[in-house]
Design a binder for this molecule. Sequence first.
Ligand code: SIN
Ligand code: MN
Length: 287
Amino acid sequence: MKLTPAQLEQFDRDGYLFFPGLFNPDEIGRLAAEVPAIYAEQRPENVREKTGGVVRTNFAAHMYNDMYARLARHLRMVEPIKQLFDEDVYMHQFKINGKMAFDGDVWQWHQDYGTWLNDDQMPEARAMNVAIFLDEVNEFNGPLMFIPGSHKQGVLAAGHDISTTSYPLWTINNQNIADMVAKAGGVRGGIVSPKGPPGSMILFHGCLVHASTSNLSPWNRINVYLSLCAVSNHIRRFKRPGYIAHRQFEAIQCLPDDCLLKDYPVATPWKNGTPADELRGLWKEAA
Ligand code: SIN
Ligand code: MN
Protein backbone atom coordinates (compact mmCIF):
# COMPACT_ATOMS: atom_id res chain seq x y z
CA MET A 1 0.00 0.00 0.00
CA LYS A 2 1.59 3.25 -1.18
CA LEU A 3 0.64 6.65 0.22
CA THR A 4 -0.32 9.14 -2.49
CA PRO A 5 1.26 12.61 -2.76
CA ALA A 6 -2.00 14.07 -1.36
CA GLN A 7 -1.82 11.70 1.65
CA LEU A 8 1.84 12.57 2.24
CA GLU A 9 0.91 16.25 2.23
CA GLN A 10 -2.00 15.65 4.61
CA PHE A 11 0.22 13.64 6.95
CA ASP A 12 2.80 16.41 6.98
CA ARG A 13 0.13 19.01 7.80
CA ASP A 14 -2.02 17.11 10.33
CA GLY A 15 0.36 14.48 11.74
CA TYR A 16 -2.01 11.56 11.11
CA LEU A 17 -3.89 9.66 8.39
CA PHE A 18 -7.12 7.72 8.81
CA PHE A 19 -8.20 4.71 6.72
CA PRO A 20 -11.76 3.65 7.67
CA GLY A 21 -12.48 -0.10 7.27
CA LEU A 22 -9.09 -0.98 5.75
CA PHE A 23 -9.12 -4.53 7.16
CA ASN A 24 -12.19 -6.64 6.38
CA PRO A 25 -14.52 -8.30 8.91
CA ASP A 26 -12.95 -11.78 8.42
CA GLU A 27 -9.49 -10.46 9.14
CA ILE A 28 -10.61 -8.49 12.20
CA GLY A 29 -12.79 -11.36 13.44
CA ARG A 30 -9.76 -13.65 13.54
CA LEU A 31 -7.68 -11.12 15.45
CA ALA A 32 -10.47 -10.25 17.89
CA ALA A 33 -11.14 -13.93 18.61
CA GLU A 34 -7.65 -14.28 20.12
CA VAL A 35 -8.00 -11.41 22.60
CA PRO A 36 -9.99 -13.05 25.44
CA ALA A 37 -7.39 -15.85 25.78
CA ILE A 38 -4.48 -13.36 25.62
CA TYR A 39 -6.07 -11.14 28.28
CA ALA A 40 -6.91 -14.15 30.49
CA GLU A 41 -3.28 -15.21 30.81
CA GLN A 42 -1.30 -14.40 33.92
CA ARG A 43 1.73 -12.95 32.17
CA PRO A 44 3.73 -9.79 32.91
CA GLU A 45 2.76 -8.55 29.44
CA ASN A 46 -0.79 -7.97 30.72
CA VAL A 47 -1.00 -4.60 32.54
CA ARG A 48 -4.32 -4.25 34.36
CA GLU A 49 -6.43 -1.21 35.21
CA LYS A 50 -6.16 0.26 38.69
CA THR A 51 -9.57 -1.15 39.54
CA GLY A 52 -8.30 -4.72 39.35
CA GLY A 53 -8.66 -7.50 36.84
CA VAL A 54 -9.47 -5.79 33.55
CA VAL A 55 -6.56 -5.55 31.09
CA ARG A 56 -5.57 -1.99 30.13
CA THR A 57 -2.79 -2.95 27.77
CA ASN A 58 -1.13 -6.14 26.61
CA PHE A 59 2.43 -5.99 25.34
CA ALA A 60 4.27 -8.13 22.79
CA ALA A 61 1.52 -10.60 21.81
CA HIS A 62 3.31 -10.80 18.45
CA MET A 63 6.08 -12.70 20.25
CA TYR A 64 3.77 -15.46 21.45
CA ASN A 65 0.50 -15.46 19.48
CA ASP A 66 0.44 -16.67 15.91
CA MET A 67 -2.26 -14.29 14.56
CA TYR A 68 -0.55 -11.24 16.07
CA ALA A 69 2.87 -12.42 14.86
CA ARG A 70 1.35 -12.29 11.37
CA LEU A 71 -0.27 -8.90 11.94
CA ALA A 72 3.12 -7.54 13.02
CA ARG A 73 4.34 -8.33 9.49
CA HIS A 74 1.31 -6.99 7.66
CA LEU A 75 2.24 -4.89 4.67
CA ARG A 76 -0.85 -2.67 5.01
CA MET A 77 0.55 -1.50 8.36
CA VAL A 78 4.29 -1.65 7.70
CA GLU A 79 4.74 -0.44 4.11
CA PRO A 80 3.38 3.13 4.60
CA ILE A 81 5.80 3.68 7.50
CA LYS A 82 8.75 2.41 5.45
CA GLN A 83 7.69 4.83 2.75
CA LEU A 84 7.49 7.76 5.19
CA PHE A 85 10.94 7.01 6.65
CA ASP A 86 12.47 5.77 3.39
CA GLU A 87 14.09 3.04 5.43
CA ASP A 88 13.38 -0.44 6.85
CA VAL A 89 11.64 -0.50 10.22
CA TYR A 90 11.71 -2.74 13.30
CA MET A 91 9.10 -3.29 16.01
CA HIS A 92 9.81 -0.98 18.92
CA GLN A 93 6.59 -1.77 20.78
CA PHE A 94 3.48 -3.87 20.18
CA LYS A 95 0.29 -3.44 22.23
CA ILE A 96 -3.34 -4.51 22.36
CA ASN A 97 -5.04 -1.76 24.38
CA GLY A 98 -8.27 -2.80 26.04
CA LYS A 99 -10.23 0.34 26.98
CA MET A 100 -12.85 -2.14 28.13
CA ALA A 101 -16.56 -1.30 28.57
CA PHE A 102 -17.20 0.59 31.84
CA ASP A 103 -13.65 0.02 33.17
CA GLY A 104 -11.32 1.44 30.51
CA ASP A 105 -9.43 4.34 32.07
CA VAL A 106 -8.00 7.51 30.52
CA TRP A 107 -4.73 7.97 28.65
CA GLN A 108 -3.54 11.45 29.56
CA TRP A 109 -2.33 13.97 26.94
CA HIS A 110 1.13 12.93 25.72
CA GLN A 111 3.47 12.39 22.81
CA ASP A 112 4.80 8.87 22.35
CA TYR A 113 8.18 10.13 21.26
CA GLY A 114 8.50 11.88 24.64
CA THR A 115 8.59 8.44 26.30
CA TRP A 116 10.77 6.89 23.60
CA LEU A 117 13.30 9.68 24.07
CA ASN A 118 13.19 10.03 27.87
CA ASP A 119 13.08 6.35 28.73
CA ASP A 120 14.66 4.58 25.78
CA GLN A 121 17.05 7.19 24.33
CA MET A 122 15.65 6.84 20.85
CA PRO A 123 17.73 9.39 18.89
CA GLU A 124 15.06 10.98 16.67
CA ALA A 125 11.31 10.95 16.11
CA ARG A 126 11.77 8.47 13.27
CA ALA A 127 9.27 6.07 14.84
CA MET A 128 5.51 6.15 14.76
CA ASN A 129 2.32 4.31 15.54
CA VAL A 130 -0.09 2.40 13.40
CA ALA A 131 -3.39 1.59 15.12
CA ILE A 132 -6.13 -0.76 14.01
CA PHE A 133 -9.56 -0.93 15.57
CA LEU A 134 -10.76 -4.38 16.62
CA ASP A 135 -14.09 -2.84 17.68
CA GLU A 136 -16.18 -0.03 16.31
CA VAL A 137 -14.85 3.22 17.73
CA ASN A 138 -17.56 5.79 18.43
CA GLU A 139 -17.87 8.98 20.46
CA PHE A 140 -18.82 7.04 23.59
CA ASN A 141 -16.14 4.39 24.01
CA GLY A 142 -13.03 6.52 24.40
CA PRO A 143 -11.75 7.28 20.88
CA LEU A 144 -8.22 8.54 20.46
CA MET A 145 -8.12 12.36 20.40
CA PHE A 146 -5.46 14.24 18.43
CA ILE A 147 -4.42 17.88 18.27
CA PRO A 148 -3.86 18.24 14.50
CA GLY A 149 -0.51 19.72 13.58
CA SER A 150 0.88 19.39 17.12
CA HIS A 151 3.68 17.13 15.81
CA LYS A 152 5.26 20.28 14.34
CA GLN A 153 6.13 21.45 17.87
CA GLY A 154 8.81 18.75 18.24
CA VAL A 155 9.38 17.30 21.70
CA LEU A 156 7.40 19.16 24.37
CA ALA A 157 8.18 19.45 28.06
CA ALA A 158 6.54 16.60 29.96
CA GLY A 159 6.25 15.34 33.51
CA HIS A 160 6.38 11.67 34.53
CA ASP A 161 2.91 10.77 35.78
CA ILE A 162 3.15 7.59 37.81
CA SER A 163 -0.05 8.00 39.83
CA THR A 164 -3.08 8.85 37.67
CA THR A 165 -3.48 5.48 35.97
CA SER A 166 -1.96 2.02 36.34
CA TYR A 167 0.61 2.80 33.64
CA PRO A 168 3.35 5.50 33.92
CA LEU A 169 3.39 8.13 31.18
CA TRP A 170 5.27 11.33 30.29
CA THR A 171 2.35 13.79 30.17
CA ILE A 172 1.93 17.39 28.98
CA ASN A 173 0.52 20.10 31.25
CA ASN A 174 -2.98 21.51 30.80
CA GLN A 175 -1.91 25.03 29.84
CA ASN A 176 0.22 23.73 26.98
CA ILE A 177 -2.67 21.58 25.78
CA ALA A 178 -5.10 24.53 25.93
CA ASP A 179 -2.69 26.71 23.94
CA MET A 180 -2.11 24.05 21.27
CA VAL A 181 -5.83 23.32 20.90
CA ALA A 182 -6.54 27.04 20.51
CA LYS A 183 -3.81 27.31 17.87
CA ALA A 184 -5.17 24.27 16.01
CA GLY A 185 -8.64 25.82 15.67
CA GLY A 186 -10.22 25.73 19.14
CA VAL A 187 -13.71 24.25 19.14
CA ARG A 188 -13.57 24.09 15.35
CA GLY A 189 -11.02 21.37 14.72
CA GLY A 190 -8.53 21.92 17.55
CA ILE A 191 -9.24 18.36 18.70
CA VAL A 192 -10.19 15.55 16.33
CA SER A 193 -11.07 11.91 17.02
CA PRO A 194 -11.16 9.49 14.09
CA LYS A 195 -14.10 7.11 14.55
CA GLY A 196 -15.15 4.18 12.41
CA PRO A 197 -15.88 0.48 12.00
CA PRO A 198 -13.67 -2.41 13.15
CA GLY A 199 -10.72 -2.73 10.76
CA SER A 200 -10.10 1.01 10.49
CA MET A 201 -6.45 2.06 10.63
CA ILE A 202 -4.72 5.26 11.82
CA LEU A 203 -1.08 6.25 11.27
CA PHE A 204 0.18 8.96 13.56
CA HIS A 205 3.44 10.83 14.02
CA GLY A 206 5.54 10.10 17.14
CA CYS A 207 5.25 13.76 18.22
CA LEU A 208 1.50 14.10 17.65
CA VAL A 209 -0.15 15.05 20.95
CA HIS A 210 -2.93 12.59 21.83
CA ALA A 211 -5.11 11.26 24.65
CA SER A 212 -8.31 9.31 25.25
CA THR A 213 -11.03 9.57 27.88
CA SER A 214 -12.40 6.73 29.98
CA ASN A 215 -14.93 4.30 28.54
CA LEU A 216 -18.22 4.50 30.42
CA SER A 217 -20.10 2.92 27.51
CA PRO A 218 -21.13 -0.75 27.37
CA TRP A 219 -18.84 -1.25 24.33
CA ASN A 220 -15.21 -2.34 24.41
CA ARG A 221 -12.74 -0.26 22.40
CA ILE A 222 -9.85 -2.61 21.70
CA ASN A 223 -7.09 -1.11 19.52
CA VAL A 224 -3.87 -2.77 18.39
CA TYR A 225 -0.80 -0.51 18.09
CA LEU A 226 2.38 -1.24 16.22
CA SER A 227 5.12 1.26 17.10
CA LEU A 228 7.56 1.02 14.21
CA CYS A 229 11.02 2.59 14.30
CA ALA A 230 13.53 3.19 11.50
CA VAL A 231 16.27 0.58 11.97
CA SER A 232 19.11 3.13 12.14
CA ASN A 233 17.18 5.01 14.85
CA HIS A 234 17.07 2.08 17.30
CA ILE A 235 16.94 2.77 21.02
CA ARG A 236 20.22 3.29 22.85
CA ARG A 237 19.15 2.51 26.42
CA PHE A 238 17.53 -0.67 27.73
CA LYS A 239 15.96 0.77 30.85
CA ARG A 240 12.46 -0.60 30.32
CA PRO A 241 11.80 -4.35 30.10
CA GLY A 242 12.30 -5.82 26.66
CA TYR A 243 8.64 -6.81 26.33
CA ILE A 244 7.75 -3.07 26.51
CA ALA A 245 10.63 -1.58 24.49
CA HIS A 246 12.10 -4.22 22.21
CA ARG A 247 15.84 -4.78 21.91
CA GLN A 248 15.88 -6.69 18.63
CA PHE A 249 16.35 -4.30 15.75
CA GLU A 250 16.02 -6.57 12.71
CA ALA A 251 14.04 -5.14 9.79
CA ILE A 252 10.49 -6.50 9.57
CA GLN A 253 9.99 -8.83 6.62
CA CYS A 254 6.39 -8.43 5.46
CA LEU A 255 4.12 -11.36 4.64
CA PRO A 256 1.68 -11.40 1.70
CA ASP A 257 -1.47 -9.30 1.97
CA ASP A 258 -3.68 -12.32 2.82
CA CYS A 259 -1.55 -13.32 5.82
CA LEU A 260 -4.42 -12.97 8.30
CA LEU A 261 -6.61 -15.35 6.31
CA LYS A 262 -4.07 -18.02 5.34
CA ASP A 263 -1.50 -19.87 7.41
CA TYR A 264 2.00 -18.53 7.01
CA PRO A 265 4.70 -19.87 9.31
CA VAL A 266 5.93 -17.26 11.80
CA ALA A 267 8.16 -17.48 14.86
CA THR A 268 6.51 -17.16 18.29
CA PRO A 269 9.59 -17.53 20.52
CA TRP A 270 7.88 -16.46 23.77
CA LYS A 271 5.08 -19.02 23.48
CA ASN A 272 6.21 -20.88 26.58
CA GLY A 273 7.02 -17.79 28.61
CA THR A 274 8.92 -14.52 28.52
CA PRO A 275 12.72 -14.92 28.57
CA ALA A 276 14.17 -13.74 31.91
CA ASP A 277 16.31 -11.09 30.22
CA GLU A 278 13.26 -9.48 28.64
CA LEU A 279 11.57 -9.06 32.02
CA ARG A 280 14.31 -6.93 33.48
CA GLY A 281 15.16 -3.35 32.79
CA LEU A 282 18.84 -3.24 31.88
CA TRP A 283 20.84 -0.05 31.88
CA LYS A 284 22.67 -0.28 28.59
CA GLU A 285 23.83 2.64 26.54
CA ALA A 286 25.13 1.97 23.08
CA ALA A 287 27.56 4.31 21.39
C1 SIN B 1 -1.61 5.38 23.86
O1 SIN B 1 -1.59 6.56 23.67
O2 SIN B 1 -0.57 4.72 23.89
C2 SIN B 1 -2.91 4.67 24.02
C3 SIN B 1 -4.09 5.49 23.87
C4 SIN B 1 -5.33 4.69 23.76
O3 SIN B 1 -5.27 3.48 23.47
O4 SIN B 1 -6.40 5.27 23.89
MN1 MN C 1 0.43 7.14 23.07
